[in-house]
Write a protein that binds this ligand. Structure first.
Ligand SMILES: Nc1ncnc2c1ncn2[C@@H]1O[C@H](COP(=O)(O)OP(=O)(O)O)[C@@H](O)[C@H]1O
Ligand SMILES: [Mg+2]
Length: 234
């Protein structure tokens, strides 16, 4: 579904991503894992069209989308939940959700999408008229995911959805992602939270200083000595 091939990208003259190659198959849940500063968000910006790569290509559902504008990428069904949520805290939960309902495919089924979001996150239905900024961190992350779902994603990309949340709340958010995946959503999940992310993933990639150093099934990575030592404190 998504094929990132030999992407090189950076800021100014500084190369950050060094020939990264990564694939997400339809129906899968793939984690891109790495420490703070490894280049995860930079690589995601290339995928979602916020940043042009220096070289390399991104294909989505068979089309070359390298260098396409973010709105064109979203229109094709590749929707990102940005790092840090980026909600409009002075707007209501409902208004934030509606703001994600921009792709034309999604606009025509707005009510249906809203029902799905409220079925997945009933607390958001209860709080729909509340200002987003007054919700807890976990609830705000649910709004950010809900807003992305309002765009009718074919591929949902999330940049550190568990960051800043208490471990139990983080796991709750990740379990929602697993549920979405079981309902058919393809997911690319970026996380520093390696153990928890692998526990819900099929496949994983480890990014270190802009280089993909390891790639395998989530099951294999969970037991890899290098991963255990570097990311799970074993
Ligand atoms: N807008 C920017 N301008 C310059 N350097 C940046 C910018 N954003 C990120 N970087 C640098 O790129 C590297 C990778 O950052 P980032 O992609 O945010 O990593 P991660 O998401 O894995 O934490 C870091 O060294 C960071 O300082
Ligand atoms: Mg980041």
């Amino acid at each position: 579904m998504l094929e990132i091939q030999e992407i090189i990208a950076g800021y100014g003259g500084v190369e950050i991503i060094h020939k990264a190659t990564l694939k997400v198959n339809e129906g899968g849940i793939v984690s891109l894992l790495g420490a703070n500063g490894a280049g995860k968000s930079t690589l995601l910006s290339v995928v979602s069209g916020l940043k042009k790569p220096w070289t390399g290509t991104v294909h989505f559902m068979g089309s070359d989308i390298t260098g396409r504008r973010p709105d064109e990428v979203a229109e094709r069904g590749l929707i990102q939940v940005p790092q840090g949520r980026r909600l409009f805290t002075r707007l209501t939960v409902m208004d934030n959700l509606i703001l994600g309902n921009t792709p034309s495919r999604a606009r025509s089924i707005r009510e249906e999408l809203l029902e799905k979001v409220f079925a997945m996150f009933p607390i958001l239905a209860d709080r729909r008229r509340q200002l987003a900024g007054t919700l807890s961190g976990g609830q705000q992350q649910m709004v950010a995911i809900g807003r992305a779902l309002m765009g009718a994603p074919r591929l949902l990309v999330l940049d550190e959805p568990s960051i800043g949340l208490a471990p139990a709340v983080a796991m709750e958010v990740l379990n929602h992602l697993r549920q979405l995946n079981q309902d058919g959503m393809t997911i690319l999940l970026v996380e520093q939270n390696v153990a928890q992310a692998l526990s819900i993933s099929d496949h994983g990639y480890i990014l270190e200083n802009g280089v993909i150093t390891l790639e395998n099934s989530a099951e294999t990575l969970r037991h890899d000595p290098q991963v255990l030592k570097a990311y799970m404190g074993v």
